[in-house]
Design a protein around this ligand. Structure first.
Ligand code: AOF
Ligand code: ZN
Length: 372
């Protein structure tokens, strides 16, 4: 176990804090922060902003200029060793004369995965890793899961009443939760690589599944909305209307179906039809997620009705469940959150509560499935 000082924690905390500034923009790359320290003083910092542009270390070194020699670099993720869209950061740190590198976590990317650390050590740089690892991991649940398992991180979102209802029997659902909860959903969308929904809700609401600048409430909203998450519509029987609003909105749409591509797709740019084999009468969700990981999706958001939400839970494919709960009753004829026709207590699905907070008059619960 490395012996970390209070100063080590302070500088790595700062690196984590600035890495979060990339929350909505680095995808499909990880969110990374770097602080350069000389004689106990932070002299420069940098964070990864956009894939294809400078990594955190490169941005920090640029801001340090000639001053980086003899520095200690605190980096939330192991510096890369490969030529990707940009040259290796390990080389940048070596060339700048950095004398020590403190790493939050090893890069799970197989192209790097320890090779960045070895490269630095071979150049005579002292490397220590694992400082504030859990905070560093929290930055990138999707990137880590995709690199480690070939699956994206799946976040299921629901808005419900106190009695667990999501809409009236007629389908009427506007609005259960208030504006702050809805703004928070926009932010969940914005951090996601893809949003998955069922065709039923598209037919019913003509939903857009877009991130909207005016609803984000963030200073860099204009930059954030320039990248729209991939809209993924599960449409096993091919019921998607060619007139659906989302097909012409900014961003790409992927329609996943078990039937052949219909003619109306020909005339549409940025719309792709993906045929997948059926499983249990619907689309094979596990296969779907593997497809999305192949398309570099890190975090995916499932925003859908009771049937598909139940299927994701039933298939144990949910990593995180975010529930916005309004302090009101919609009554026993209103629709339930999940179609999960259990009969026995032994079928129950348990969660651990990771966070709970008020958003206006509503509560937001962040839950993760209990591990057996
Ligand atoms: C770092 N610092 O800030 C980031 C890293 O295609 P590229 O060149 O952008 O490289 C992407 C890979 O580099 C990414 O998958 C991850 O392994 C690493 N990302 N590494 O040292 C950074 N963003
Ligand atoms: Zn790098």
């Amino acid at each position: 176990m490395a012996n970390w000082s209070a100063a080590d924690h302070q500088f790595m905390s700062r690196a984590v804090q600035i890495a979060w500034q990339g929350l909505y923009t680095t995808e499909p790359n990880p969110r990374v922060g770097c602080v350069l320290v000389k004689d106990g003083v932070a002299i420069a910092e940098g964070w990864h902003q956009i894939a294809g542009e400078g990594h955190a270390e490169v941005n920090a070194l640029r801001s340090a200029g000639d001053n980086a020699t003899g520095c200690t670099a605190y980096v939330t993720l192991e510096p890369c060793s490969h030529f990707g869209k940009t040259p290796p950061c390990a080389d940048g740190l070596i060339n700048a004369g950095v004398s020590e590198v403190i790493v939050g976590m090893v890069d799970p990317n197989p192209q790097v995965s320890g090779k960045g650390i070895s490269k630095l050590e071979q150049a005579g740089i002292q490397v220590r890793s694992g400082l504030m690892e859990s905070q560093c991991r929290e930055l990138n649940p999707g990137f880590i899961k995709r690199m480690a398992s070939g699956m994206p991180y799946v976040r299921l979102k629901m808005a419900a009443s106190l009695d667990g209802r999501t809409a009236m029997a007629s389908g009427e659902s506007q609005w259960i939760t208030g504006p702050l909860a809805r703004q928070d959903v926009q932010r969940l969308r914005a951090r996601s690589s893809a949003i998955i929904s069922g065709v039923g809700s598209i037919i019913k609401d003509d939903s857009s599944l877009t991130v909207r600048e005016s609803e984000l409430g963030l200073a860099n909203a204009e930059q954030i909305v320039s990248r729209q998450p991939l809209r993924v519509v599960l449409d096993s029987a091919g019921r998607m209307p060619g007139s659906a609003k989302m097909l012409t909105l900014p961003g790409n749409t992927l329609i996943v179906s078990c039937v052949p591509v219909p003619a109306y797709i020909d005339g549409l740019d940025r719309v792709e039809w993906l045929k997948l084999p059926a499983a249990d009468g619907g689309i094979d969700l596990s296969l779907l997620l593997q497809e999305l990981a192949k398309r570099d999706c890190n975090e995916v958001l499932v925003e859908t009705g009771a049937t598909l939400a139940g299927a994701f839970i039933d298939a144990q494919l949910v990593d995180e469940f975010v529930l916005y709960q309004a302090m009101k009753l919609l009554g026993s004829r209103a629709r339930p959150m999940f179609l999960l026709p259990f009969d026995r207590m032994s079928e129950q699905v348990g969660f651990d509560l990771r966070d709970s907070r008020m958003l206006g008059d509503d509560i937001r619960l962040t839950l993760v499935p209990k591990k057996e």
